[in-house]
Design a protein around this ligand. Structure first.
Ligand SMILES: Nc1ncnc2c1ncn2[C@@H]1O[C@H](COP(=O)(O)OP(=O)(O)OP(=O)(O)O)[C@@H](O)[C@H]1O
Ligand SMILES: [Mg+2]
Length: 419
């Protein structure tokens, strides 16, 4: 059976590659595409089994390669002989198979066989392990860090407060990276007194899309704000959520694991998957950043507010999580105070959540707006600003669940996903 190859090659050597391709026994050129748009349209029409792309192809990025993979195409790269920069770029984009333009027909046949059998996902992982990326910053000595997602329902229950202060606690034990992945309302840059315009997550995802994200690039985008604590700030304007696509967010988190022992992700509240509402499965998804963080996470904290509405939302939120790929949650009830639920609030909350939702392992964080306001005003964390406060002590104790857990990725029990 002859397999169809779509080419999108920009170099003057394009005819040589096509000649080599025609000389193979298993492959034939189905279309010589003029540009990336032509290639994607032809792939969408189902006309190819494989694609050959060159490093200089305009607008070639990870979403485009992802799209080709979604259409079932294996992809191989072609570079001019000696073009190391081009080869490196293609590999960082996730291509495992890259050949030189003066390749012989048998070599090309082997390369195409390999591209046909490999998946882009596996190649993307290989790109993350790029040894070149390891030399500039190697804080974790090769052991991948763990991703801790902090999530919770709508109503500002305190996701960002918990994420920021947990990260500050963990940073005292091991290098920690705090990631703002809330595309509805990022807030960590402001909480830490950083410039609102800091490019952070948006720039990291763009670099990932373009194949330019490695450990050094991520370290540059995630400055150290206090000893051991780096921050990758959020997207400054909610309408820019389209720039945080699932494959790029996954790659950012993959490299983040190399940069830090603990990667704490502040997630947006919404976990609806609009992909299920649409026939266009390649369109950007509104909640891709949160859904990807939950899927990639090793550990998950769910934060709810300790008032009647907050508690009801918390119960629904934990139920909703059962339909989303995610780790088993640690449930945190925040803003605990008698004025909202009556005297002995922890006991009442434990009774209510235990009886109606079967939740028994709960962590409580007391109400302390004055201390949080003061820390926010100072642009810092409770570790620095109010180390003796009851709220800080509760967060410190919560952090011990993960603080000693630096043995790298060993995924904990993940609940089955109902779809
Ligand atoms: N334990 C607490 N006691 C009193 N106030 C709190 C507590 N935790 C958080 N808050 C306050 O609640 C407000 C919302 O907190 P935060 O920004 O952390 O919530 P969020 O869930 O991230 O909200 P958003 O939906 O805006 O992302 C802030 O003013 C914060 O200071
Ligand atoms: Mg927030």
């Amino acid at each position: 059976m002859t397999r169809s190859v779509l080419t999108a090659l920009t170099g003057a050597w394009e005819p040589d590659v096509v000649t080599a391709l025609e000389a193979t026994s298993g492959y034939a050129v189905a279309r010589r595409c003029a540009d990336l748009a032509d290639l994607l349209a032809t792939a969408a029409a189902g006309l190819g089994d494989l694609a050959l792309v060159s490093a200089e192809l305009r607008a070639l990025d990870r979403p485009a390669l992802h799209e080709l993979a979604e259409h079932g195409l294996g992809v191989a790269g072609v570079v001019a002989p000696g073009d190391e920069a081009g080869e490196r770029r293609l590999r960082q984009l996730g291509l495992a198979v890259v050949v030189r333009a003066d390749v012989s027909a048998p070599e090309l046949e082997d390369a195409l066989d390999e591209a046909a059998s490999g998946s882009l996902g596996a190649a993307a992982d290989a790109a993350v392990d790029d040894p070149v990326a390891d030399d500039p910053v190697d804080l974790t000595a090769g052991r991948p860090g763990r991703v801790l997602a902090v999530w919770g329902p709508t109503g500002a229950p305190g996701r960002s407060t918990v994420a920021l202060n947990l990260a500050a606690e963990l940073a005292a034990h091991a290098p920690t990276l705090l990631v703002d992945a809330d595309t509805y309302g990022s807030s960590l840059a402001q909480a830490l007194g950083l410039l609102d315009e800091a490019p952070g997550m948006t720039a990291a995802c763009r670099a990932a899309d373009q194949g330019g994200l490695d450990l050094l690039a991520l370290a540059r985008l995630a400055p150290e704000v206090s000893p051991g604590l780096r921050v990758l700030t959020g997207t400054p304007r909610p309408h820019r959520w389209t720039e945080l696509r699932a494959p790029s967010v996954a790659q950012v988190l993959g490299i983040a694991r190399q940069l830090a022992t603990h990667v704490v992700v502040d997630c947006g509240f919404c976990v609806e998957d609009d992909e299920e509402l649409s026939y266009d499965t390649l369109a950007p998804r509104r909640n891709a950043a949160t859904l990807t963080a939950l899927e990639e996470a090793d550990d998950l904290v769910v934060v709810g507010a300790a008032d009647p509405i907050g508690l009801q939302r918390l119960v629904r939120a934990v139920q909703d999580l059962a339909t989303v790929p995610s780790p088993t949650p640690t449930v945190v009830v925040n803003k605990v105070r008698a004025s909202a639920v009556g005297s002995r609030p922890e006991r009442r909350i434990a009774e209510a959540l235990g009886r109606f939702a079967g939740m028994d392992d709960l962590t409580y964080l007391p109400w302390d707006q004055a201390t949080l306001d003061a820390a926010m005003f100072a642009g810092t964390t409770l570790v620095d600003h109010a180390p003796q406060s009851e709220l800080r002590r509760a967060l410190q104790s919560l952090a011990t669940r993960w603080a000693g857990d630096t043995a790298g990725v060993s995924r904990r029990s993940r609940r089955a996903v109902r779809r």
